[in-house]
Design a protein around this ligand. Structure first.
Ligand SMILES: *[C@@H]1O[C@H](CO)[C@@H](O)[C@H](O)[C@H]1NC(C)=O
Ligand SMILES: *[C@@H]1O[C@H](CO)[C@@H](O)[C@H](O)[C@H]1NC(C)=O
Ligand SMILES: *[C@@H]1O[C@H](CO)[C@@H](O)[C@H](O)[C@H]1NC(C)=O
Ligand SMILES: *[C@@H]1O[C@H](CO)[C@@H](O)[C@H](O)[C@H]1NC(C)=O
Length: 811
């Protein structure tokens, strides 16, 4: 460290004496070559400085990215020419901010990469060799939208000029790697100020200070001095570059540390020893344990009395302790590494549920590496945001340099927008900017590649890991339903991933359902009622016969379930059948014995008076009344017609405040059928009473008729409620129930309730003069003496670690 400090000190001296005063340095021994920038470069610098002014942060990202390129080039060259590695031991990138009391602050970015000869300095920094630049310049100059310019510059490898966003003057010291062609490289300096149209290249008067590589010194503008703050640099590197290089990136930091002051320490220790000695002596008769106890406070005392001093500790902190994980061979990466990368990149401290690491070639010839992560939970905002909620968790890189987290119009669909992806494209065309990128074929392909791989991953979990798949259902169950509705292309795959409770199983896939269907069954039975529990649904009147006969019925209680089946309509060519709707067929009707059909006809005949009576009483509510073949224990139910609303849809329609409420709505609402169960004693009783009513006009018993009407009305309203619909007027409904109850108890139906109450005291506008003493809210919950607290430790999965065997007394 000391050596380094002195080197730095030397640089500081040089920077002020040599750089700031070129006349002194520029003697005949160090001939300075003055060059004019190629005209394109002058234009480019101007564009960069003017258009990127509000995105000045990019300079660091660009320079680190360049440093990374230089290191990669060195590593590549070293494969055939070992000697290029001489000169500097490590391959690294360092960033250091140098504050200065009098002069301007500086940022120094150094790499130990391939380095540049003076010719290369002139060539690389002074001219633009890349073809197509002129066109780009024309476009950039004429365009007012500058948002994409930053990426364009990065992709061109021209990021160096972004230095001038923050620097008045830039010095680039560089020494090329030793090679057979260049056995004795000499360190040179490229020097240019922001507004010069020329630059200088000359041998570094300090000699070979680098060993190998390049050192860029930015002499900061007055308004860019806040870049000298360590936290600012840390932030910028973390955000843009922490995973962009496979070489270590170090940031120079200084922190204050409190250390014992050597001289004071000796004195204090002696003093406290003197104080302490008598106390130990006085108890010297006691056993060892006591002596130890006595010694403890003594130690504490010593620490307290210690004089400390604050010193500055210099440290190189590695900003990318993680090498870019996606570039490595998956076999060499541990789960812990995948998890650490995940949590560092997406700041999510819950472990991901699963991931998939793969390489590929897009059809358009772009090879890439990618990792897809499935987080263990959905962001709270996921369901709150609209369908167009965009994916912010995708990191698209080109050659390890972060380019964008937005795929623009090729964004992932809502159902997949939670997936966390890092994609690193190896050979995207160079002339790629955020805008052109979005019209690039690769991005379009990327979307479908990610979705395909995501589905593969999900399917693999489904096939191989039951426990994980259950967790997946818990978190993403509704996402799969949404996907099946939203993503027509992948509908079947997503529907396959969905699991639903049924009357027979907790979790059944559509395929499993079909494997379990009965002979002749030509429908997939389901009952949907949003928000109801499975247990509630299972008790519904609509499933009782199906269940009793052994048919399996899907129980759809999730908000998206009904929409899901409405969109799917059929699975493997078998249509879905809402069991609350007309059209339900068991499929074995042909095999019904002839007697049964006869029985049905006979029942219809027998119950005709009741059916007619009910039709008359329920004209406002249902379209027809029939003998049911779906009820077992319940007396009656209300079933929606094929074109009517089921209770669930009706609920959704009124919740939506749907503007289509109108004639169609009223029509659809009335498309219901009242089904009665002839085997129910209640229905039999009702039939008897209806038959007893005198039919002749002059013999009519109006009281008995009214009473029967009331019972009928309660029966119909009860059927509505039992079938999941709302009653028209619940107050009226309960008054009727009230009257029926009175009747059954033999209480007078008309006796009024005593409604007299004690009136409130007279008005008193006086306000309280004293504050009421506030009740301590905790007092209310204060445990009594004998209450014991039991604490159970749980591990990450929520399982108890140590089931408490005794009370924890310390609590
Ligand atoms: C970076 O590498 C150079 C050359 O080997 C070495 O001198 C320097 O100490 C390294 N920097 C850090 C922070 O490790
Ligand atoms: C980018 O360059 C390729 C060839 O290198 C060319 O075909 C393509 O049209 C260019 N795209 C843009 C947007 O300039
Ligand atoms: C179904 O779930 C209930 C409670 O949710 C559970 O008690 C029961 O064991 C589960 N049955 C099966 C077959 O998993
Ligand atoms: C619902 O109640 C209102 C009055 O509360 C009544 O006008 C209307 O006819 C009722 N509709 C049905 C279908 O009973």
């Amino acid at each position: 460290m000391r050596a380094f400090t002195s080197v730095l000190f030397g640089i500081t001296l040089l920077a002020t004496s040599v750089f700031a005063n070129p006349d002194v340095a520029g003697g005949p021994s160090t001939p300075k070559q003055k060059y004019d920038y190629q005209s394109d470069v002058a234009r480019l610098r101007k564009i960069v400085i003017n258009s990127l002014y509000s995105h000045r942060d990019v300079f660091l990202r660009e320079l680190i990215s360049n440093a990374n390129d230089a290191l990669e080039k060195l590593r590549l060259t070293a494969l055939t020419e070992r000697e290029v590695l001489e000169g500097a031991e490590n391959l690294n990138i360092t960033v250091k901010a140098v504050k200065s009391e009098d002069g301007p602050g500086r940022i120094i970015i150094t790499d130990t990469g391939i380095g540049m000869t003076p010719e290369e300095l002139t060539q690389n920094l002074g001219t633009l060799a890349k073809s197509g630049t002129t066109e780009f310049l024309q476009k950039a100059e004429s365009s007012t939208d500058t948002s994409g310019t930053g990426n364009l510059i990065g992709a061109f490898g021209l990021g160096f000029y972004s230095s001038f966003l923050v620097a008045d003057h830039v010095y680039v010291a560089s020494i090329a790697a030793k090679s057979s062609r260049n056995p004795e490289p000499v360190q040179h300096i490229f020097s240019s100020s922001a507004d010069d149209s020329s630059f200088e290249v000359y041998p570094d008067p300090r000699g070979n200070t680098l060993g190998r590589g390049t050192e860029i010194t930015l002499v900061l503008k007055d308004d860019a001095l806040d870049y000298l703050e360590t936290f600012r640099l840390t932030d910028m590197i973390n955000k843009h570059s922490s995973f962009s290089s496979s070489f270590p990136v170090y940031l120079f930091t200084q922190r204050l540390e409190t250390v014992p002051d050597d001289e004071e320490e000796t004195a204090t220790t002696t003093a406290s020893e003197e104080v302490a000695t008598p106390s130990i002596q006085s108890e010297s008769d006691e056993d060892e344990v006591v002596i130890e106890e006595a010694a403890e406070p003594l130690q504490e005392k010593t620490e307290k009395n210690l004089k400390t001093k604050t010193v500055t500790v210099d440290e190189w902190v590695q900003m990318n302790a993680q090498a870019p994980i996606w570039t490595r061979d998956p076999k060499s990466i541990t789960d812990e590494e995948y998890e650490a990368f995940y949590s560092a990149t997406w700041k999510d401290h819950d472990k991901p549920l699963a991931w998939h690491h793969f390489t590929g070639d897009s059809g358009s010839g772009v090879s890439f590496r990618a990792i897809i992560y499935i987080p263990s939970r959905l962001d709270e905002s996921y369901w709150r945001e609209g369908l167009e909620g965009s994916n912010k968790d995708l990191r698209l890189m080109v050659k390890r340099t972060f380019i964008t987290n937005s795929l623009g119009e090729d964004a992932l669909p809502k159902w997949a927008s939670w997936v966390k992806v890092v994609v690193d494209a190896e050979d995207l065309p160079l002339n790629v900017s955020r805008e052109t990128l979005q019209s690039n074929k690769f991005l379009k392909q990327l979307k479908s590649i990610i979705i395909r791989r995501l589905l593969q991953t999900l399917t693999r979990i489904q096939e191989e890991d039951n426990e994980k798949f259950e967790k997946l259902q818990e978190v993403y169950g509704n996402v799969f339903r949404l996907g099946a509705v939203e993503d027509v292309k992948n509908r079947d795959k997503l529907a396959t991933l969905c699991r639903f409770p049924t009357t027979q199983r907790n979790s059944t896939s559509l395929d499993e359902y079909l494997e379990n269907k009965k002979q002749g069954q030509k429908q997939i039975f389901y009952l949907a009622d949003m928000g109801k529990s499975e247990a509630d649904l299972a008790k519904s009147v609509f499933v009782e016969k199906l269940h009793a006969r052994g048919y399996e019925v899907f129980l759809f209680g999730q908000p998206l379930d009904e929409v899901f089946v409405q969109n799917l309509r059929r699975w493997k060519k078998v249509p879905f059948q809402d069991v609350a709707k007309a059209g339900l067929k068991f499929g074995d009707e042909e095999t019904d014995p002839e007697e049964e059909k006869a029985l049905q006809r006979q029942l219809t005949e027998e119950y005709k008076p009741l059916l007619d009576w009910l039709r008359k009483e329920s004209t406002d509510i249902v379209r027809d009344v029939i003998i049911s073949n779906r009820l077992v224990t319940s007396s009656c139910a209300i079933v929606a017609d094929a074109h009517g609303y089921t209770a669930n849809i009706e609920k959704m329609m009124s919740a939506n405040n749907n503007p289509t409420k109108g004639l169609m709505h009223e029509f659809a609402k009335k498309q219901k059928i009242l089904e009665i169960n002839p085997r129910s004693p209640l229905i039999e009783g009702l039939l008897k009473r209806v038959k007893q009513l005198p039919t002749e006009e002059e013999e009519r018993d109006l009281d008995a008729e009214d009473e029967l009407k009331e019972v009928t009305s309660v029966l119909i309203d009860g059927a509505l409620v039992r079938s999941g619909f709302g009653v028209n007027d619940s107050n009226e409904f309960f008054s009727r129930v009230d009257r029926i109850l009175r009747r059954s108890l033999g209480v007078s139906e008309t006796a009024p309730t005593d409604t007299s109450v004690k009136p409130a005291p007279p008005i008193d506008p006086e306000l309280p003069t004293e504050d009421e003493p506030e009740e301590d809210p905790l007092r209310l919950f204060k445990p009594r003496e004998e209450v014991k607290w039991e604490v159970e430790e749980i591990d990450d999965e929520g399982n108890p670690v140590n089931p408490p065997t005794s009370h924890h007394d310390e609590l």
